[in-house]
Design a protein around this ligand. Structure first.
Ligand code: ARG
Length: 463
């Protein structure tokens, strides 16, 4: 009789201290891996069968029992035992409770070391697809609004100060390009991470002749591990998922930041739909952008998830160590957070009401055209530095006189070097003059949208 009911109890004469068990137990969070643990265990049962270690009938019975236990866990009907340290031990115990000796055959040639990371890879694969679809949906929402506003002019910013006119469509496409890259990063991660660790055992495979490649194929992975020690030690697969998630979270955050600014009533470039705005408990007039603020802030926790796992991994020698159990919560948190943020942001984008007139009115700021003037002087042969200086001096003098570029008389324009310069103080002319590829002109925005629409086709990615 062993002193502990744990899977590894044989070597022990006493049970773990309750506080050690409390620290070590991961069941509270890794029960989410039950469907993946069932799938991995079923594939393993077939590997045991193919190696002649289980009859076909026994393998079928094991797989059926695995399915029942998994379904009970998912439905919240499974009765956990205090000795169930994690989802892997709980499922194995549940199967053994049902099948007795047959259940006890399941763990041959595998370890929780290869099983845990197999489960997590399977979970991340599904989560990656869900996040990818949500990211695509947000990007499509952004592109749809860009299509409506390919010609809408607005001040473009640097240092959050009016810089040069752009089109709203151009600005929105800039966000969509970032999200499109995030999807590419997820595809690339998915391709690189399509490796099955199962069969690596604790660290050195097993003597039982299990076909890891067949297991990989059954689980839908592109390949089995190339090195069993790497298979159980590799967490860059998790780190990279978190890095991709952190970048995506950053992009969602920056989009939210722009929308929060545009919907500031003091600026009034857009209005949030009531369904995505919040009132104040004290100030009756408020319509606050809490959805956007949370989308902006949630990126911080995903960055924290990446930082946490990175800190766990650095300096950790190869071979499984319990430190690696800390890989799961950051991944769950990052995926859950993105699955909250991306749809909320997509809804806010779809229902936003842009005020084209306010944006156009903001383009009356003459400074927006100073660069166009300087570039026009360049066309007449003036060196750019000289054109920049001459224009800067003009803008300074007008400022001192309390006038604007629009107040210049024809003789003043001539003195500056551009007869007809007043015609340049026009946002539509300004953006249309930038019709090259990637520029803010409507023609370029339309071309960008066509490219983006192609990239954003499909829920998941290129096959
Ligand atoms: N719950 C553990 C984890 O997630 C399973 C692996 C336990 N392995 C071990 N050798 N103690 O990492």
């Amino acid at each position: 009789m062993s002193g502990s009911g744990a899977l590894w109890g044989g070597r022990f004469s006493a049970s773990p201290a309750p506080e050690a068990h409390a620290l070590g137990s991961s069941i509270a969070f890794d029960r989410r891996l039950a469907p993946q643990d069932v799938a991995a265990s079923a594939a393993h049962a077939l590997a045991l069968r193919d190696a002649g270690l289980l009859s076909a009938d026994d393998a079928d019975r094991l797989i059926a029992a695995l399915g029942e236990v998994g379904a009970e866990i998912t439905a919240g009907r499974f009765v956990f035992d205090p000795d169930d340290e994690d989802v892997h031990s709980a499922i194995e115990r549940g199967v053994t409770d049902r099948l007795g000796d047959l259940g006890a055959r399941l763990h041959a040639g595998r370890s929780r070391n290869d099983l845990a990371i197999t489960d997590l890879r399977l979970w991340m694969r599904d989560a990656g697809e869900r996040v990818n679809a949500a990211c695509a949906d947000l990007a499509r929402a952004v592109v749809d609004r860009a299509r409506e506003h390919a010609e809408t002019v607005m001040p473009g910013m640097t240092h959050l100060r009016a810089a040069q006119p752009v089109t709203l469509g151009h600005h929105l496409c800039a966000h969509a390009w970032a999200l499109a890259r995030d999807r590419q990063r997820l595809w690339q991660w998915a391709a690189r991470s399509s490796v099955s660790p199962l069969g690596a055992g604790a660290l050195a495979t097993s003597t039982l002749g299990l076909d890891a490649a067949a297991t990989a194929e059954r689980l839908g992975f592109a390949a089995a591990f190339a090195n069993s020690l790497d298979a159980v030690s590799d967490r860059d697969v998790v780190q990279e998922f978190l890095a991709v998630a952190a970048i995506m979270g950053t992009h969602a955050s920056r989009l939210a930041a722009d929308l929060a600014r545009w919907t500031d009533p003091a600026l009034g470039w857009a209005e949030l739909d009531e369904a995505f705005a919040t009132g104040s408990s004290m100030m009756p007039h408020k319509r606050n952008p809490d959805t956007l603020e949370l989308a902006r802030a949630k990126a911080a926790r995903i960055a924290g998830d990446l930082a946490a796992l990175t800190a766990v991994l650095q300096g950790l020698p190869l071979g499984y160590a319990r430190d690696l159990q800390e890989d799961k919560e950051p991944v769950f948190d990052a995926a859950d957070t993105l699955e909250l943020v991306l749809p909320a942001l997509a809804g806010a984008v779809r229902t936003l009401r842009f005020d084209e007139e306010r944006m156009r009115a903001a383009c009356r700021d003459d400074g927006l055209y100073a660069t166009d003037l300087a570039e026009e002087l360049v066309r007449t042969g003036v060196p750019f530095r000289e054109a920049h200086r001459r224009t800067g001096e003009l803008v300074r003098r007008l400022g001192e006189e309390g006038r604007a570029l629009g107040d210049l008389t024809d003789p003043e324009w001539e003195a500056y070097g551009l007869a007809g310069g007043a015609g340049l103080l026009d946002p539509d002319r300004s953006v249309r003059a930038r019709g090259g590829p990637g520029g803010p002109a409507p023609v370029s925005v339309t071309a960008q949208i066509a490219e983006l629409a192609e990239l954003l086709e499909g829920e998941v990615g290129p096959d």
